[in-house]
Design a protein around this ligand. Structure first.
Ligand SMILES: C[S@@+](CC[C@H](N)C(=O)[O-])C[C@H]1O[C@@H](n2cnc3c(N)ncnc32)[C@H](O)[C@@H]1O
Length: 261
């Protein structure tokens, strides 16, 4: 690939929170990078891995403020790549799963910057695992869907067809779903899922303060609300929840939780 600037931007997955879930490749890149651009759901312990000369740039959402617009983040990355050999863009979980990594990669390539993605352990698999829940199980069907619950369900043209998913997917792993939980549950039941369908919420998965709610779809929103569950949380719906093996769950790490998203 021909490039007009000397640096490479690495779009690196930080994993879901437990610093030990970082990949070896991500670890090596962090230890040698010249600039680090990170956002809210990045384990704080990872920021200590960078060398002393490394420039740090936070581009996430601060409490009470809006996130940095995506175009500003893109501009920061291009600018840093013009001055540095190795720029790490660190993102929570996996950069290409609800992480806007694809948008950033396309922008960087269009701007003539060399870019490489480094996959990470996604929260949608790791948080359930730290609760002992396998996201697939032969006794629980053969499909699982990763879906965002963030969009407004009553917007004119919703892009998530919850009723269709109720019929077509054996299991759902819902990111950013907590605020729409009641509506999502209602839509799934309107689509044919019974109120007794197993469901779970894992808050702050893999780190201290992890909380796990195991319930059924018909009680999901009430129980999540009653227990005061908060973001970041993964919501699971489907028979795989009933295959939970609590004894296999690792202890959550004593790491500081990333700032809630
Ligand atoms: C913008 S998405 C980023 C997902 C990320 N790219 C990944 O692969 O995990 C943010 C959402 O991921 C989920 N999430 C991230 N970290 C989490 C954690 N430690 N425990 C539970 N959910 C988490 C939450 O649903 C949160 O609202």
């Amino acid at each position: 690939m021909s490039t007009s600037v000397p640096g490479t931007v690495y779009l690196v997955g930080a994993g879901p929170g437990d610093p030990e879930l970082l990949t070896l490749r991500a670890h090596r890149l962090l230890q040698s990078c010249d600039a680090l651009v990170y956002d809210a759901l990045v384990p704080r312990a990872l920021l200590e891995l960078v060398p002393p000369h490394c420039e740090l740039h936070f581009v996430g959402k601060r409490r009470g403020h809006h996130s940095v617009p995506q175009r500003s983040t893109n501009a920061v990355l291009v600018e840093l790549a013009g001055r540095h050999r190795s720029v790490v863009r660190l993102k929570g979980g996996d950069p290409f799963l609800f992480g806007r990594g694809g948008e950033e990669a396309a922008h960087l390539v269009a701007a003539g910057v060399a870019v490489q993605v480094v996959p990470g352990v996604t929260a949608g698999i790791a948080a359930p695992a730290y609760a002992g829940i396998p996201v697939t199980h032969r006794a629980a069907g053969s499909s699982v869907t990763f879906v965002t619950g963030h969009e407004e369900i009553d917007k004119a043209r919703p892009s998530v067809d919850w009723r269709g998913l109720a019929r077509s997917s054996d299991g759902l792993v819902i990111y950013m779903g907590l605020h729409n939980l009641r509506r999502i549950g209602d839509e799934l039941m309107a689509g044919g899922l019974g109120p007794e369908t197993p469901a779970a919420v894992i808050q702050q998965g893999t780190v201290q303060g992890q909380r796990v709610l195991v319930t059924v779809l018909g009680e999901l929103a009430d129980r999540a609300e009653a227990q005061g569950l908060a973001s970041p949380s993964i919501v699971l719906v489907g028979a795989m929840v009933a295959q939970r093996v609590p004894a296999c769950a690792p202890e959550p790490a004593l790491a500081e939780m990333p700032i809630p998203f």
